[in-house]
Design a protein around this ligand. Structure first.
Ligand SMILES: NC(=O)c1ccc[n+]([C@@H]2O[C@H](COP(=O)([O-])OP(=O)(O)OC[C@H]3O[C@@H](n4cnc5c(N)ncnc54)[C@H](O)[C@@H]3O)[C@@H](O)[C@H]2O)c1
Length: 255
């Protein structure tokens, strides 16, 4: 799928990995909707990009809100791709000093990271299904979901986050299998540790530990490296149904 001349929706597009995708896709000639809860940061990205870009205040867990973002993207051109980067990080021990894990927090993390991702996937796929196929392979669109290495080696305190990202990883293949008949590919990227607002909020001791566990290069990932892979996924039609680790060989320890 080509970026130029097509429209792309990036959830979580106001910050971090999503913002890097919005900037890169736009530079490659795409029209971009940054969809995010954070209006201040989202408007700033959209005005930095200018023409062919807009921000839509969106809550990925809300069907009407996501449909409005998809409609806005479709007004800029045929919606040929989505990158799902909206997500939250929260954690607690299952049995901590203050008692059992807060159930509401577990549900909130799963709701935003997993249910929100699925909500965008289903509505975007329906919009793409109505488009004519393009190219030699008859593609209609590409959907990229953001998992995490925590889907595979979640740390102590990450039961909720790991469960949410495990769900994102696990739905990749069934979604790719089902949407194949529509010419829609589905790929997940499982990042290691990237330098974004999410990780900047972590304790310095946690940051140092995680950077030290990244084998090579021994540093946090740059969001532009995530965006480069997302662009490649969009452009390479053989990438489908896979969960791609982008992680400098990090294998997170139990704590
Ligand atoms: N940074 C990392 O190290 C890392 C590693 C693995 C996975 N991830 C995942 O990558 C994705 C992007 O994270 P990031 O690091 O860029 O973090 P970030 O905090 O910089 O960006 C996340 C964005 O999602 C938005 N968001 C949160 N809830 C939302 C909702 N309900 N509706 C719409 N927008 C919402 C936030 O406002 C924010 O702008 C997340 O899914 C995260 O779990 C990040």
């Amino acid at each position: 799928m080509q970026l130029a001349g097509h429209s792309f929706l990036v959830t979580g597009g106001a910050s971090g990995l999503g913002a890097a995708c919005a900037v890169r896709f736009h530079a490659a000639g795409a029209s971009v909707i940054a969809a995010d809860r954070d209006a201040a940061k989202g408007e700033a990205i959209a005005s930095q990009l200018g023409e062919r870009a807009a921000f839509v205040e969106t809550d990925v867990t809300d069907p009407d809100s996501v449909q409005a973002a998809i409609d806005a993207a479709s007004r800029l051109g045929p919606l040929r791709g989505v990158v799902n980067c909206a997500g939250i990080l929260d954690g607690a021990r299952i049995v901590g000093r203050e008692g059992p894990h807060d159930l509401e927090m577990f549900a909130r993390v799963v709701n935003v990271n997993l249910v929100g991702t699925f909500n965008v996937l289903r509505l975007a796929a329906a919009a793409m299904a109505a488009l004519p196929p393009v190219g030699d392979d008859g593609e209609r669109g590409v959907i990229i979901n953001t998992a995490s290495v925590a889907a595979f080696e979640g740390q102590i305190g990450q039961a909720a986050y790991a469960a949410s990202k495990g769900g994102v990883a696990s739905m990749t293949l069934p979604a790719a299998r089902e949407l194949a008949k529509l010419g829609i590919r589905v790929v997940a990227i499982a990042p290691g540790i990237f330098e974004t607002a999410m990780m900047q909020a972590a304790l310095e001791s946690v940051r140092e530990s995680l950077a030290g566990q990244t084998v090579f290069p021994p540093r946090f990932g740059d969001p532009r490296e995530f965006a480069a892979l997302a662009q490649h996924v969009i452009e390479n039609p053989m990438l489908n149904g896979a969960v791609l680790r982008l992680d400098g060989a990090v294998r997170m320890a139990a704590r």
